[in-house]
Design a protein around this ligand. Sequence first.
Ligand code: NAD
Length: 287
Amino acid sequence: MSVVIDGKALAASFRADIAAQVTRLGERYGKTPCLSVIIVGDNPASRSYVRGKIKACREAGIESRLIEFPDTISEEELLSSIARLNADADVDAVLVQLPLPSQIDSNRVIDAISPEKDVDGFHPTNVAALFLGRPCMAPCTPKGIIAMIDSTGSVIDGARATVVGRSNIVGKPVAKLLQDRGATVTVAHSHTRNLAAVCRDADILVVATGHAGLVTADMVKNGAVVIDVGINRTAEGKLVGDVDFAGVSPKAGFISPVPGGVGPMTITMLLANTLECFKNRNEKQNK
Ligand code: NAD
């Protein structure tokens, strides 16, 4: 039987450390880190994610400012708001909750955020820096996944890792972070032939597809570390991941649950990135 990776408990220990750093750095610089969150429209899932982010900031002693726009907002208005936040010396980090309504080009919005305040690590400057191995703001979910794997004591260096999913926010960056840590990485996706064999080869299996129950026990190596990123709602309204948890649990060495796995760690890494933006900006100013 596998060990369940308790994302909530791990998040709590990281958050205690972040809160202590917020206090210490706050005393050093005489200010508090500040995250501005923009939300457009009434998407219930987005609203719920944003509530979680703001609550986590409060608990860590990080100031958060919520800016809400109706889903009728124009792209120009949204870009002006971002320009104001970029210029605001009191704001360390800027996050625009995705998805955005169809009249708005998300790429233009992401590109408008100052790279030094780009707490999600989605700006092309940060993405390029990540892929070039230069200092950067790395995206929150991939960072959280690496911390979860590390928490198991498993060695990433030299391991075979398979990442299922090749999105810009999860699959591609987590594959790069695993590669940077010395894993031999395969990125599988919807065109992959014989997905089961590709998954079975992995000591570390990260699944981020948005397809409930895609990964079953026959696709998992004995003792593998399985990280389930997926968030899916069943017809009964239950939250489930992309991995058949009940079937895979007896076979995996470690497995992350949904809910209570990657989700809390993603928010935790948002706090860590906000703190990093704050530190970087203040260190630059004091040079
Ligand atoms: P996406 O829709 O952008 O990409 C999905 C990827 O999965 C694609 O690369 C696609 O090729 C691949 N895929 C789809 N069907 C497949 C199949 N049958 N076999 C193999 N590959 C397949 O998704 P995303 O934004 O990376 O999100 C993936 C899931 O992770 C979603 O459920 C999302 O809600 C969840 N997610 C969770 C968190 C979190 O913090 N817990 C963060 C981000 C995303």
